[in-house]
Design a protein around this ligand. Structure first.
Ligand SMILES: [Zn+2]
Length: 459
């Protein structure tokens, strides 16, 4: 060898002042990192888990993506803001040391590899898309607390038995119908779903996805083999007042309500508001009014204590103040945790519509917009969540979810369970949506405890 003895690479030192200074900086930052890791480690052993400051930091950062002057967040599915949110999330996942990817439905995925990649994985997650003028929590909280849980496990050098995947599902909130990402994963998307889905402004999902450089047909490839997923856990805000009123921190969800939505049209005859005598009218709106009054009776006779019915939208045609409405189209949203009850309610609604149409000289037709089956959470997963809540010493209750969630769709693939945190005054889908930091921390801690029970048991 020319020029003397060759030293091992680590001993070949450059001793210029610049190099020494640079090494000093590296050493400093190295020891700084070690010290910080030890400190975080100590904190974690002491507090056994999640750091609320990191969760709140992430929440605040993501809240700025799609935030408007009215204080609301506008991150509707596949909007420019939603896509920026996905990019941000993927970056944060990478920084947490997770392996990131997107599937054909543009679901964002961060994976913590386990000892046995063949074992059915544990899936956790929710969604980061929002309704227009949303608050900053909703599904976003589930995704970001999930991120914190995996970050903590990674930092502690914990290797799970199976892979753990964090997933943020596309279009849960329904710009294009809702639950698009979870339905794709569950194999419930058909070419027709993709072709016919459009937002309220008439923009087609197919066009919007293509405009973003995505191939909408790839969503058909997002389907997972049920054998590859052992369970799904989702943390979400309650979106109702039960936990908050009872001053409880965590809800252990045992069942998720089913729901169906119909679009109903009464057709009569548009006529002059002054010249058409009351007895000679076929007023479509009066059909809606009669039906609205029948709703409480229908629920009393055919529903359960958990039944809910809402007429959320009414549109009158021609919609002019001095014309008798010739057509009234309205929606009804019915919920219950028992599918038999849902069927009975559907039958009773049909009868009431038919009787009203006869009485008022109207015709009616309805279209089933959706039928989502109620879901019973898996007993073993619920037990793990409850044990984690008990161990943390949190005030919790077992309860149902009155809102639909991705978990409901994923239940067709694997066992599921959900963790709720309180919504202050039950407010949701509004900038007023809030959960106390303590309760967010409690929920995240319960999620971590449940993950440890499910992903780290004896192999
Ligand atoms: Zn949600």
């Amino acid at each position: 060898m020319v020029g003397g003895t060759r030293l091992p690479r680590w001993r070949r030192r450059n001793t210029t002042p610049q190099a020494l200074a640079a090494r000093g900086a590296i050493a400093n930052s190295f020891w700084h990192r070690v010290a910080r890791a030890l400190w975080v480690g100590a904190m974690l052993t002491q507090e056994s888990g999640v750091l609320i400051d990191r969760i709140s930091g992430d929440l605040k950062q993501l809240a700025e993506i799609g935030r408007a002057d009215d204080g609301g967040v506008y991150r509707m599915a596949f909007s420019e803001a939603d896509m920026r949110g996905k990019d941000w999330l993927e970056q944060r996942m990478r920084e947490a040391g997770l392996e990131t990817s997107r599937d054909g439905a543009c679901n964002v995925i961060g994976r913590l590899p386990g000892r046995n990649s063949e074992a059915p994985m544990l899936l956790i997650g929710s969604h980061i898309d929002t309704v227009p003028c949303a608050g900053i929590l909703d599904g976003t909280l589930g995704v970001l607390t999930g991120l914190e849980c995996l970050r903590v496990l990674k930092e502690n050098g914990r290797e799970p038995n199976c892979d753990i995947e964090l997933i943020a599902f596309s279009d849960e909130e329904g710009r294009f119908g809702g639950m698009f990402g979870s339905q794709a994963l569950a194999g419930q998307i058909t070419p027709d779903t993709i072709h016919s889905a459009a937002d309220p402004a008439g923009e087609r999902l197919e066009d919007v996805m293509k405009g973003l450089g995505l191939d909408p047909w790839e969503a058909l490839q997002a389907r997972r083999d049920p054998k590859t997923i052992g369970g799904y856990l989702e943390l979400h805000i309650e979106q109702g007042p039960v936990l908050s009123r009872n001053e409880e921190q965590v809800g252990v969800v045992e069942a998720i309500t089913g729901l169906f939505k119909w679009s109903i049209t009464f057709s009569g005859e548009p006529n002059h508001a002054g010249t058409t005598p009351m007895m000679m009218r076929r007023d479509a709106f009066m059909g809606v009014a009669d039906f609205a009054h029948e709703v409480p009776r229908i629920l009393d006779e055919n529903g359960s204590e958990l039944s809910r019915a809402t007429i959320g939208r009414v549109e009158l045609t021609p919609g002019s103040p001095n014309t008798v409405p010739g057509e009234a189209t309205f929606t009804i949203d019915i919920r219950d945790t028992d599918e038999t009850v849902m069927n009975e309610l559907a039958g009773a609604i049909r009868k009431a519509l038919s009787a009203i149409a006869r009485r008022r000289g109207l015709r009616f037709q309805y279209q089933v917009e959706s039928w989502i089956k109620p879901v019973t959470c898996d007993a073993r997963l619920v037990e793990c969540v409850e044990a984690a809540a008990g161990e943390g010493g949190f005030r919790y209750r077992k309860m149902e979810s009155g809102a639909a969630h991705d978990a409901q769709i994923i239940a067709s693939v694997c066992p599921v369970a959900m963790i709720f945190v309180p919504s202050v005054e039950g407010k949701s889908h509004s900038p007023a949506e809030w959960t106390a930091w303590d309760d967010i921390e409690a929920g995240a801690q319960v999620m971590l405890g449940a993950i440890e029970r499910l992903g780290f048991g004896p192999a």
